[in-house]
Design a protein around this ligand. Structure first.
Ligand SMILES: [Zn+2]
Ligand SMILES: [Zn+2]
Length: 164
């Protein structure tokens, strides 16, 4: 349950209901402090009666700890970018799962394969639907989706097999 102002018994929130810190250590919402100031000409704590030596409400710091709760109307938006799970299939058909941020680059996919599975990635290229994935492009750039299977192939320079 969200912390409430002890004067008006409403939940703290941003704006008019922001919990402002008083010099006594208590916090009261901005709206109530403005009302107290208006009524008695000073900011007297409604809990302990100590007067805060300030008459400019905007100079009282917001007590962010009292705001650090899930607001009731929080939109279901992920705060961190969701990680996506990708399967990488090697030349023998063995599959390796890596989980990465959609902004991670193809190079980072290769690094994860090395870090997690010890795969040698120096001479491999990653392919999706027959297209070589450039190392400096991201998962998002390539439209790689959760559950896509990326194939590992041997890399050859310039996209052609050297002929003799
Ligand atoms: Zn209040
Ligand atoms: Zn107080």
């Amino acid at each position: 349950m969200a912390p409430k102002c002890k004067v008006c018994f409403e939940s703290f929130s941003q704006g008019e209901k922001a919990p402002l810190s008083l010099q006594c250590g208590h916090s009261t919402c901005r709206q109530c402090i403005l009302k107290i100031l208006d009524d008695i000409g000073e900011i007297k704590c409604a809990t302990c009666r100590i007067v805060t030596d300030e008459t400019d409400v905007d100079r009282l710091p917001v007590n962010y700890d009292l705001l650090d709760t899930e607001p009731d109307d929080l939109q279901p938006v992920a705060r961190r970018p969701a990680r996506i799970s990708i399967l990488v299939k090697d030349l023998t058909g063995k599959q390796f799962r890596v989980e990465l941020d959609p902004n991670a680059t193809v190079m980072q996919i290769k690094r994860s394969l090395f870090n997690q599975y010890g795969l040698s990635v120096d001479n491999i290229a990653l392919m999706l639907h027959g297209q070589r994935l450039q190392e400096d492009t991201s998962i998002r750039d390539n439209g790689i989706m959760e559950g896509d299977i990326i194939e590992m192939t041997t890399r050859y320079e310039g996209g052609r097999v050297a002929r003799h």
